[in-house]
Design a protein around this ligand. Structure first.
Ligand SMILES: Nc1ncnc2c1ncn2[C@@H]1O[C@H](COP(=O)(O)OP(=O)(O)OP(=O)(O)O)[C@@H](O)[C@H]1O
Length: 310
């Protein structure tokens, strides 16, 4: 339905997005994952024709949208990363204002506002001024505004950044529900692995402007099929222990965090007892040693050598 072909954007000499290829089918929830600065917002801006690509194409139902984006604009709703609401207006007044921009009027507009307020769980706060809303409620209203014209495709740019866990959960559940009940197609960008893992059918992972992996959750995790992760926790680390782990010929990679060490080893190797012995030799007390099934976070670590955290 929607396709990005070799889409690229250069800002001066910097490649914000480089040869991005992506497709979105009707009814899918697609995750676009990457750390800050990966190029996600730039990709979305090109997709929604807010900025022009340096190179490449955006194709909707097999037609290029670069020069004539109207058919695509009509069917997408974009939820920007920054909250775009009038703080001194009520929730309902904001919706009425944005609804008019989408050329909705009269009873049609009123009906739509009622429906969307219900979907985002703000019906009982409709008469309240946005200034009095929590961050999570503002985010929900921001999503509601993008849904007023009944878009077939909704594009969400990190909609859960900086909000409390409860609101975050509510937003994730709402996205799932809209997809299931209204067959809404969703492009969801995030730098939270667990969100994308929970929501999405297929995932694209970007880093520094490049697409570094894509596929279904299982396909992406299969990148790690030859490896497994052991996570070791302790109150403090002993250099001798870390050195011994790093020097161990069966270990592929060691990442040292403040309270946790992650060790990547081949799947067939059993290192559990060796780790306990190394800790004893180094006179170090372990809290736990867990063998983990791979997560998307591990995939990112594997592909880039860096953790995908703020
Ligand atoms: N208008 C612009 N002019 C110059 N550089 C830009 C512009 N917009 C984005 N960039 C740069 O392009 C790169 C990609 O930014 P982008 O905002 O697309 O990343 P992102 O993955 O969405 O991250 P974030 O979550 O921080 O927004 C960054 O290095 C950013 O500084």
């Amino acid at each position: 339905m929607l396709e990005l072909v070799d889409l690229s954007k250069k800002f001066k000499q910097m490649d914000a997005v480089k040869n991005l290829n992506m497709f979105i089918e009707k009814g899918e929830i697609i995750g676009l994952l990457g750390p800050n600065g990966a190029g996600k917002s730039t990709a979305i801006s090109m997709l929604s024709s807010l900025i022009e690509p340096t190179k490449g194409d955006v194709r909707f139902q097999n037609k290029s949208m670069i020069k004539h984006p109207a058919p695509l604009r009509k069917v997408i709703g974009v939820v920007p990363q920054e909250i775009a609401l009038y703080e001194d207006l009520t929730a309902e007044e904001n919706m009425r204002f944005f609804g008019r921009i989408y050329r909705l009027r009269g009873t049609q507009l009123k009906k739509k506002i009622d429906e969307v307020l219900e979907q985002i769980g703000l019906t009982d706060r409709r008469k309240d001024i946005v200034k009095t809303f929590s961050g999570g409620m503002k985010r929900r209203l921001n999503i509601g505004v993008a849904m007023l014209h009944d878009p077939e495709i909704i594009i969400m740019d990190e909609p859960t950044v900086g909000i409390d866990p409860q609101s975050r959960n509510y937003i994730l559940e709402t996205v799932k529900r809209l997809n299931k009940e209204k067959q809404m197609t969703v492009l969801y960008t995030s730098h939270y692995m667990e969100e994308v893992e929970f929501l999405c059918d297929r995932i694209y992972i970007m880093d520094k402007g490049n697409l570094i992996a894509s596929g279904t959750k299982d396909e992406i995790k299969r990148i790690l099929s030859a490896e497994k992760t052991i996570s070791i926790q302790a109150e403090r680390w002993n250099d001798e222990f870390i050195e011994e782990l790093k020097q161990n010929p069966t270990v592929n990679r060691v990442t040292v965090g403040e309270k946790e060490i992650t060790v990547i080893i081949p799947k067939e190797v059993n290192m559990f007892s060796a780790i306990i012995r190394m800790a004893e030799n180094a006179d170090m007390e372990l809290h736990s040693v867990d063998v983990q099934t791979p997560t998307l976070e591990d995939v990112f670590l594997h592909l880039t050598g860096r953790a995908l955290r703020d």
